[in-house]
Design a protein around this ligand. Sequence first.
Ligand code: SAM
Length: 245
Amino acid sequence: MNVVKGRFIGVGVGPGDPELLTVKAWRLIQSADVLSFLTNDRGDSQARSIAIDAIDAAIGVQKEIPIYMPMQNERSLANQAYDKGAERIAKKLEKGLDVVFLCEGDPLFYGSFSYLLERLEDRFECQVVPGITSVNAAAATLLQPLTMLKESFAVINGRHSDEQILAALEQHDSLVIMKAGQARIRILDLLQKAGRASDAQYLEYIGRDNQQIVSDVAELERASGPYFSLFVISPHDQRQRRLHK
Ligand SMILES: C[S@@+](CC[C@H](N)C(=O)[O-])C[C@H]1O[C@@H](n2cnc3c(N)ncnc32)[C@H](O)[C@@H]1O
């Protein structure tokens, strides 16, 4: 007998505030046969913790596939983890079970889901439920428009080279620098060098209990920060900005 294969669904759970889960995400999480998510070496999953209310409201007993992801820049270790994770998920999909993969923020914006998608999309039906990104949550938290009228806007990250970051800071009116944790000191120096330090604000753990906002980056400690941190660089005086456009 041919079993109808299950669907692989990447669900964005937003950046931290559990109320930023979409209605569709909630429905799919609580009705999923299997939930999957990345974990750190302590077995913690940010995405799972953000979605905990929806998981607690699950209709039946849900199986879980935690995928341990080593927090290192070594791509081969990450690829091994994705290979193994994709095969564990594939076994459930073959049995006709729907697997929901929980993604912090949006699944296709720097999302780990993309690496599983490329391993599974040829064999199974795949879907994505978009989530609110950390970029949108940062703008909302700061009450700061990301871009207006003819302004240009770029997203870069702390793994870009000094030259790339400087060029982007010179070229664009507004930017977000993701993955700022380990690159924090370097980013602070580059903001100074580009004359953009006064346009920059720093946020960590947006939407979580330990959220921090530093509006004057000169006050930010010159040390590495947590993984969940970013910089928003945007013309600071909103009134002036609107009048001049
Ligand atoms: C792998 S990317 C994931 C992005 C995520 N998919 C999204 O849509 O925002 C991880 C980076 O996103 C940023 N980030 C995600 N959530 C965040 C949060 N709650 N607070 C601050 N930065 C966050 C940080 O720069 C972090 O290094």
